[in-house]
Design a protein around this ligand. Structure first.
Ligand code: ADP
Ligand code: MG
Length: 270
């Protein structure tokens, strides 16, 4: 049976830092909202970059993902609207660094986010079509909570020499999670980020990744674009900061592709 109202939970993950996870969570989230999807971003990184990039100042982060995961606060209590209509965020704060210790004796400690999201959607009254979880780069309890809660992993890959190495790491983690916490975890897709068409290496990495992963790699490629890197310092997604720039247009294209593939997946599963 297809489940038209079911929320699709995607963990934006890659164990390498600086590959475009947060940028993709913010801007894919914004682009999905722009084409009419209801989106929640869960900021799982103690650095709180997704929260800052979406203009949620630290002093207004009253209930954070920490309170959800550690204290059992609800998703509805923690989610705050952003300036983008249709896009909410559960913010993060540095206090998340204590989560490992706080939860060391806790029940279902790897399933805290999954349980919170499930409670939100109980009775079919889910408020979101997509939940994007912005994961930290390390493999810790927060990442495990993200992967246990996710239907699938969406992997940003920076077009540079060590891209495939980081990917091998991530695939091992996904296998481990499938064997223990979440047997149904899928790979949603891989998205090439910071692509520089003047750089031969970018093209080579893109070709290698496509050869390895075939149609798991999105056709949309996110170019390296200075507007994308400027936008967070204004607390805005690049689509709001400069809709016409190549980065914004690429994220819009990616959002359409994600939605089209998702419809196709549901048709096949029906
Ligand atoms: P991660 O969350 O994986 O650590 P980020 O999304 O924070 O990675 O990106 C790392 C850095 O690269 C940030 O400074 C970000 O602004 C920059 N960046 C990300 N994507 C692009 C892009 N398409 N063009 C230019 N700069 C980018
Ligand atoms: Mg990040």
């Amino acid at each position: 049976m297809s489940e038209p109202n079911k929320t699709r939970v995607l963990a934006v993950s890659n164990q390498k830092g600086g590959v475009g996870k947060t940028t993709t969570a913010i801007n894919l989230g914004t682009a999905l909202a722009a084409i009419g999807e209801r989106v929640l971003i869960v900021d799982m990184d103690p650095q709180g970059n997704a929260s800052t990039g979406l203009g949620v100042p630290r002093e207004t982060r009253r209930i954070t993902i920490y309170d959800v995961v550690v204290d059992g606060r609800s998703v509805d209590e923690a989610a705050v609207p952003t300036t983008v209509p249709g896009l909410d965020i559960i913010p993060a704060d540095a206090d998340m660094s204590g989560v490992e210790i706080e939860l060391s004796q806790a029940d279902r400690r790897s399933f805290r986010l999954r349980d919170a999201l499930a409670a939100q959607g109980a009775g079919g009254h889910t408020r979101y079509d997509y939940v994007l979880i912005d994961c930290p780069p390390s493999l810790n309890l927060l990442t495990l909570n993200a992967m246990a809660a996710a239907d699938a992993v969406l992997v940003p890959l920076q077009c540079e020499f060590f891209a495939l190495e980081g990917l091998t790491q991530l695939m091992k983690t996904v296998d481990m999670v499938r064997q223990s916490l979440n047997p149904a975890l899928e790979i949603q897709g891989l998205v090439l980020t910071m692509y520089d068409r003047r750089n031969a290496l970018s093209g080579q990495v893109a070709a290698d990744v496509r050869a390895h992963f075939g149609d798991k790699v999105y056709d949309s490629v996110i170019p390296r674009n200075v507007r994308v890197s400027e936008a967070p310092s204004f607390g805005k997604p690049v689509l709001i900061y400069d809709l016409k720039c190549s980065g914004s247009q690429a994220y819009l294209k990616l959002a359409r592709e994600v939605v089209a593939r998702e419809r196709q997946r549901r048709l096949i599963a029906a």
